[in-house]
Design a protein around this ligand. Structure first.
Ligand SMILES: O=P(O)(O)OC[C@H]1O[C@H](OP(=O)(O)OP(=O)(O)O)[C@H](O)[C@@H]1O
Ligand SMILES: NC(=O)CC[C@H](N)C(=O)O
Ligand SMILES: [Mg+2]
Length: 505
């Protein structure tokens, strides 16, 4: 998952975009970037690998001048993790365009070919986002006048929707025009818009992956950008919006609510926090039903995302809730780290058992999800080392059995602990005394309760149904060959940092 942000204002936006990226950091820890448009109508860019606080030094911030800008935090799901694939991307024609993207395209390979053969455009990186930028540029280029009208920009987005498959929440800037943001016709990845009034009444606008970024910067939440919709804000601050998809549907990613998004965000009118509490209610009821005979002394969350869920379960079971694991606040999210070795070693650096809470107790550990099993395997071991008698584990998400192709880096089914396995087998592998998963229907109900208008969530990782309908076994095999852990490790070895083009150093 990546995080995107864009601000059109009347004051310098560099600090605001930086601040927004810091509250979206949980969506991507690998790279960060900001582009602004300065007073001479030139783009100013800083992007590199690392956390937001590492990438932008005072000298970069000073150079990022201008009242309009976009930013990105990256969790790579396509291409390589080289700094040259950090975002935003830039293309010089027509007019000069930059773009930041959250999501993943499922027809990137065909699009690249089509761009070269019929568009005479070469894309020099392996990033799907740079392909998306070039498709957008190609469509804008069909209008051969300057400046473009809002109509032209919306027509270009409509054409992008026709050509591109997959998940994309996008923010882009066009020199001499303004900012454009759009969401794919299934609304898989989130995108919100907000506004802030200046003292003189002029309105500044902000788009972001999550509403928490608007809150932090004092922008008033206006609404979610609708699936398929585009918003265009001119340099002068004029907002227009348009539905650009022929058959838009609301199929937001269920895993955003389980894990990715911050609890204080609202996505498609649903509070992420409340959804997690309801996940706890449902799972608590299932545990009470199915584990009547189990003697649970204490409920312990696996920090951080599962804390709200575990607290609710403790309430339902009428058992004490204890913070049995202390989290090192300087270690980030382990699931989105690149490479299994790094993920494994990070768990013990991140979490440490509070012995007093485990000694001679039967503990119920709660996690939001079990994906590769990296966390649960080690955490159960740690609970036992700390003196627990019995260790039970509950997951607020059902078994994750299928790859994700829409912006979560789970390209290969064989890396998933629940792939091809039933609960008993998974329990044995992770070493729990008992293991329980939430039912998919319960999870969907828990999330959907606040917005019954959502008929279908994107929940392919649980049921193997891909809402874009273009994903078949052949594509999944292709993806796996490209992005399994070994292939990515090999690619990392061959990377040359900070170069746009490969340079034999
Ligand atoms: O089965 P796994 O492959 O280990 O993946 C699942 C775990 O990873 C995530 O935690 P993470 O450390 O990324 O972040 P958090 O602090 O937000 O819980 C998630 O919350 C689970 O704990
Ligand atoms: N997680 C994401 O949204 C990733 C965006 C894009 N596919 C990239 O890899 O850079
Ligand atoms: Mg976790």
């Amino acid at each position: 998952m990546c995080g995107i942000v864009g601000i059109t204002g009347f004051m310098p936006v560099n600090q605001s975009i930086y601040d927004a990226l810091t509250v979206l950091q949980h969506r991507g820890q690998d790279a960060a970037g900001i582009v602004t448009i300065d007073a001479l109508n030139c783009f100013r860019l800083r992007k590199a690998n690392g956390l937001v606080s590492d990438v932008f030094e005072a000298r970069h911030m000073q150079r990022l001048q201008g009242n309009m800008g976009i930013g990105h935090v990256r969790y790579p799901t396509a291409g390589s993790s080289s700094a040259s694939e950090a975002q935003p991307f830039y293309v010089n024609s027509p007019y000069g365009i930059t773009l930041a993207h959250n999501g993943n395209l499922t027809n990137a390979h065909e699009l690249r070919k089509q761009l070269f053969e019929s568009g005479r455009r070469h894309v020099n990186t392996t990033s799907d986002s740079e392909i998306l930028l070039n498709i957008f540029a190609q469509e804008l280029d069909r209008f051969q006048h300057y400046p473009l009208e809002a109509e032209n920009i919306f027509a270009a987005v409509a054409a992008v929707h026709q050509k591109v498959r997959g998940a994309y929440a996008v923010v882009s800037m066009i020199i001499g025009h303004g900012m454009v943001a759009f969401r794919d016709p299934n609304g898989i990845r989130p995108l919100v818009i907000g506004k802030r009034a200046m003292a003189d009444g002029r309105i500044e606008y902000m788009v972001a992956s999550e509403s928490v970024a608007l809150d932090t910067l004092g922008f008033e939440f206006l609404r979610d950008v609708a699936p398929g919709e585009a918003v265009y804000i001119t340099e002068k601050g004029q907002l227009s919006t348009r539905q650009c998809a022929e058959n838009p549907k609301s199929n937001p990613c269920l895993f955003e609510y389980v894990y990715f998004a911050r609890p204080d965000s609202f996505i498609d009118k649903i509070s992420v926090y409340s959804a997690r509490v309801r996940m706890g209610t449902k799972l608590g009821a299932k545990i009470a039903r199915e584990w009547e005979d189990l003697d649970i002394d204490v409920v312990i969350p696996i920090p951080e995302t599962s804390c709200d869920i575990a607290l609710e379960i403790a309430g339902i079971l009428n058992k004490p809730y204890r913070q049995g694991f202390v989290k090192n606040r300087y270690v980030g999210r382990t699931f989105i780290m690149p490479g299994q070795h790094l993920r494994r070693s990070a768990v013990r650096r991140k979490l440490n058992a509070n012995r007093a809470e485990f000694r001679d107790k039967n503990v119920l550990l709660v996690d939001d999800s079990i994906v590769r099993g990296t966390t649960s395997e080690q955490i159960i071991e740690m609970a036992r080392e700390a003196g627990a008698k019995k260790v039970y584990l509950a997951s607020a998400a059902p078994e994750i059995r299928f790859p994700n192709v829409y912006g979560i880096d789970m390209p290969s089914a064989t890396e998933l602990i629940a792939h091809g396995r039933e609960v008993e087998e998974i329990r044995q592998i992770i070493g729990a005394d008992a293991l329980i998963f939430q039912d998919l229907d319960d999870l969907i109900e828990a999330v959907r309760e606040e917005n019954p208008d959502i008929a279908q969530f994107e929940c392919s990782v649980f049921n193997g149904i891909y809402v874009t309908k273009d994903v078949d076994q052949q594509y999944l095999e292709y993806l796996q060959s490209l992005r399994n852990d070994d292939a990515k490790a090999l690619a990392r070895q061959n990377e040359v940092e900070n170069l746009e083009m490969h340079n034999e150093g």
